[in-house]
Each structure stands twice: as C-alpha cells, then as structure tokens.
Design a protein around this ligand. Structure first.
Ligand code: 5GP
Ligand code: MG
Length: 185
C-alpha cells in the first residue's frame, strides 16, 4: 500500500497537535470525547501526550448506507457518553471530509450542556468541505484520496496499520480477493 504518512510522521503531527491543545487549555480540566471508531488510535496517542487533568468519553457517529463515498443518513449515539454538562469538551475525530459528521456531533454535545466545545482531527481532506465550521486543531492536511490505517478503516479493516496508507485500486482488488476467499472457507 502506498504510504502517505509514516508512523514517525504521524507521531510528530500528533505531538504538534497535543502541544497546541495544551497551550489552548492550560491547566483547565478537559473532557476529551472520541468519535467512534476511527479516532481510537489517535485518542490513545493524544491523551498520553497531554498533562492537564482530563476525562475521556466516547460517542458514536454512523451513517447508514455503508458504501464509503455515498452519504447515508447520519446518526449520533450518545448512550455511552459520560456526563459532559458544564464541561469543556474537546471532540476528537479521525478525518474532516465533508464536515457533516463533526457538525452533527458538535450539535449533540452542545445539546447535552457542555460549557464549551472544540474539535481536533487527525486529517482534513483538501477541498472537500461542505460546511462553514472548521476543526480547531488539525494534524495533517491531505489530498482528496481514500486513506486507511492509524484507526481509519475500509470495510472495518486496516485500522491497525501503524502508518497512513492510500487505498488504491490494486489494494481494493486484493482486499476483495482475500475477503471472498475467507468467505468460501
Ligand atoms: P464527513 O462527515 O466529514 O464527510 O466524513 C466523516 C467520516 O467519513 C469520517 O469520520 C470517516 O469515517 C469517513 N471518511 C471520510 N474520508 C475518509 C477516508 O479517506 N478514509 C476513511 N477510512 N474514512 C473516511
Ligand atoms: Mg468516523
């Protein structure tokens, strides 16, 4: 798979983002809310680079329809979320593409009574945004290509890659070959 950012480059980008976050919040206690599932690798790395007192929660955003490019109906599930009333919340997500997901999740967190909401994303895809809101902290600006690894999936696979790769046609063919083969066994 073609590597867009190596493990080392990702670490440096996340470190830079962590120091921007630390600078913005100082010693104020923070509640970090991770948008499942793509942000869990970023979450694990980011929180270990932050030294202020913090709590961690999760929220789920999913779009029905499945296919990776088509837009389905977006739903936000806050059933697993810890109490965020009157807290300073930092939402953490994997990628800001059209931006619709993060806008929806921000609305939900505001509805639940957060004192403030800011957003941090590992990636922002160049030239794709359909909303006016922008993430407050961004790890990397990337070109308009489909990426996997470091938490990001294709068909729930590849989240465990330590680097960020571009999923090209040959990779897709190989994926479907492997997947078809395992279904036959
Ligand atoms: P948005 O609502 O900003 O368009 O997209 C949000 C979601 O689409 C992301 O959280 C992610 O799940 C998915 N997504 C968008 N672009 C990519 C990509 O290049 N790779 C992967 N794996 N997921 C993506
Ligand atoms: Mg996601």
């Amino acid at each position: 798979m073609r590597v867009l950012h190596t493990e080392e480059q990702l670490r440096q980008g996340v470190e830079r983002m962590a120091s921007e976050i630390a600078h913005a919040y100082g010693d104020r206690p923070l509640t970090i809310v991770s948008v499942l599932t793509g942000s869990v690798v970023l979450l694990a790395d980011l929180i270990r680079m932050l030294e202020m007192p913090l709590r961690v929660g999760v929220i789920e955003a999913s779009s029905y329809g499945g296919a990776r490019t088509t837009r389905g109906e977006l739903t936000v599930n806050a059933e697993l979320l810890l109490d965020i009333r009157d807290r300073d919340v930092l939402l953490v997500d994997d990628i800001f593409d059209t931006g619709h997901t993060l806008v929806k999740v921000v609305e939900k967190v505001q509805e639940l009574g957060a004192a403030s909401v800011r957003t941090a994303v590992l990636l922002r895809k160049h030239g794709r945004q359909e909303v006016s809101a922008q993430p407050d902290f961004v790890g990397f600006e990337i070109p308009d290509e489909f990426v996997v690894g470091y938490g990001l999936d294709y068909d729930d696979h590849y989240r465990n890659l330590p680097y960020l790769g571009v999923l090209e046609q040959a990779d897709l063919d190989r994926h479907h070959e492997l997947f078809a083969a395992s279904e036959k066994q």
